[in-house]
Design a protein around this ligand. Structure first.
Ligand SMILES: Nc1ncnc2c1ncn2[C@@H]1O[C@H](COP(=O)(O)OP(=O)(O)O)[C@@H](O)[C@H]1O
Ligand SMILES: O=C(CO)[C@@H](O)[C@@H](O)COP(=O)(O)O
Length: 501
């Protein structure tokens, strides 16, 4: 029987896991890495940290799984997406990676939108939004602010593609990332050529990997160098993965039109599956073929969610105990004695797409303790998700239940808050490690064990628990949600010097 090595390269850590064909995880090791935050909502990581974490975690996971390394058939990675790197001819980073949540490229996002180019069709049918998080605004920021780095960069790509180069020596991007974050269109001429030309950025076209491989497609065998570092054979094939959250959809088994996925980690992403494009205000985009052939994915998202809990942990100087905080917070009433949190610590992704919006904790008294703030953060994030689901519903996409994966799934309280604030049942599959399970499905599909990704889901994704919304709490949260929606225009007005929003 074959085994599959996967990696979920998240924001806080990389998790390497070994799976068998039934979707059982046999070994799992996480290796954390550092993010350097600075003013202006900037966030950077060192690409060498990703590779070192991958080697260490993979060796650990294979040894924990007690499988013969020769029995590993394939490797697939899911990584944070639009985490942009500039590399020299040898694949060495010329500057730290500008990670996905870094929204310094605000002016550049406006410039991209102002081109009015046809490639923007995926976002509001061409009306936008364009996010400062995406590839082209970030590449333009480098070209404008660090021209020597841009000029010397042989390759400008993502975390995913950096790892592909290290694993195989191949310069290949994932169809998933390029359709999501680089304005690539499978049905409208491919690369966003005219868009980058209008920005005076044609040189970028040669810096992007020329080859595109769809999720589950074979990239190449492991190179001798990578095989040596990992203790594996060069017979191992590397199958394409993609953005952690999107590969997570596969791991949640969200593949049919009408289903709704919520992938949680440092961020929250809300995804639906559709048969045609959905464009409306408050929706980030609709992308064809980016996960499942001939289906569209409709997307909303919150840039900072789990990262706000991590921030609270930093403020608490390492004294934060998640289990104790969850226990104490569960005893509070909705609203945490008058607290309201706006979750825009790193800007708002949707429904406003406002990189300048910021987080807020409103209603503090001297009686509030860390567990009040902890729960108020989870509630604020729940309201942010509801605002996105409301925007999707207005656009015509309304799910009957939410399937959740990722870090928030570790907290029963947070899952219940999501059910209560959204007024929808929440399902958590047997494994909440959705990006890893999705990567295992792709590895097995690519290795020929399943004819389609859907067949892989049927064999490898198992159902778990279901949490119903509670009528009393849902009614209470309905009221507090209205206050949450009033917070953004009020704070925007203050930010803009008192002008009405
Ligand atoms: N017991 C818990 N209670 C609340 N939040 C939790 C708990 N366990 C994990 N989390 C959240 O999950 C986040 C990490 O999620 P994960 O999916 O591992 O992250 P990433 O993919 O961003 O590296 C943490 O920042 C934290 O907010
Ligand atoms: O999709 C994007 C960015 O485009 C991110 O939210 C995502 O890659 C970050 O994932 P985590 O929240 O760290 O698991």
């Amino acid at each position: 029987m074959g085994y599959f090595l996967t990696a979920d390269g998240g924001t806080e850590s990389l998790r390497a896991r070994v799976y068998d064909l039934s979707g059982t995880c046999l070994g799992s090791v996480a290796v954390p890495y550092e993010t350097r935050f600075s003013a202006g909502a900037r966030a950077e990581q060192n690409p060498e940290d990703w590779w070192n974490a991958f080697v260490q975690a993979s060796r650990g996971a294979i040894s924990e799984a007690r499988v013969d390394p020769a029995a590993i058939e394939a490797i697939t990675l899911a990584t944070t997406s639009c985490t942009v790197v500039a590399l020299d001819r040898n694949g060495k980073a010329l500057r730290p990676a500008i990670i996905w949540m870094d929204v310094r490229a605000n002016a550049e996002a406006d410039a991209v939108l102002a081109t009015g180019d046809d490639a923007l069709i995926s976002n509001g049918g061409g009306k936008g939004p364009v996010s400062a998080e995406w590839m082209i605004p970030k590449a333009l920021w480098i070209a404008r602010n660090e021209p020597e780095i841009f000029e010397n960069a042989h390759t400008i790509c993502e975390y995913q593609d950096f790892m592909t180069m290290r694993l195989t020596g191949e310069r290949a991007a994932s169809l998933n990332n390029v359709t999501l974050r680089w304005h690539y269109q499978t049905d409208r001429g491919g690369w966003a050529r005219t868009l980058v030309e209008k920005l005076g950025l044609s040189a970028l076209l040669d810096k992007w990997p020329e080859r595109i491989v769809a999720p589950g497609g074979v990239i190449a065998n492991l190179s001798a160098k990578a095989a040596g570092e990992l203790g594996l054979s060069t017979r191992v094939k590397v199958m394409q993965g993609g953005a952690d959250a999107l590969i997570g959809m596969i791991g949640l088994g969200v593949a049919k039109p009408g289903q709704l996925a919520l992938i949680t980690g440092s961020s929250h992403l809300q995804f639906g599956v559709t048969e045609k494009a959905v464009h409306a205000p408050g929706v980030w985009g609709t992308y064809r073929d980016c996960v499942y052939p001939d289906r569209y994915i409709v997307e909303g998202g919150q840039t900072s969610t789990g990262s706000i809990i991590a921030w609270l942990g930093r403020l608490m100087n390492g004294t934060m105990e998640l289990e104790a905080l969850n226990r104490k917070a569960a005893a509070l009433e909705p609203g945490c004695d008058g607290l309201l949190v706006q979750d825009h610590f790193q800007g708002n992704r949707t429904p406003y797409t406002d990189p300048l919006s910021r987080g807020a904790i409103v209603g503090l008294t001297l009686a509030h303790e860390p567990h009040h703030i902890f729960r108020a953060i989870m509630e604020g994030i729940g309201f942010g998700t509801r605002a996105i689901l409301d925007a999707m519903a207005e656009a015509g996409y309304r799910g009957a239940e939410i399937t959740i994966g990722g870090g928030a799934g570790a907290s029963d309280l947070w899952l219940q808050i999501h059910a209560d604030t959204a007024g929808l049942p929440v399902c958590v599959p047997a494994s909440r490690d959705a990006p890893s399970v999705g990567a295992a499905v792709l590895a097995a599909h690519g290795a020929g064990h399943f004819a389609t990704i859907d067949d892989g889901i049927a064999a490898m994704v198992r159902p778990g628990k279901r949490i119903e919304p509670r009528a009393r709490e849902t009614a209470l949260y309905d009221g507090i949600y209205q206050q949450y929606r009033a917070l953004y225009p009020a704070l925007k007005s203050i930010r803009e010097g008192g002008k009405s929003a």
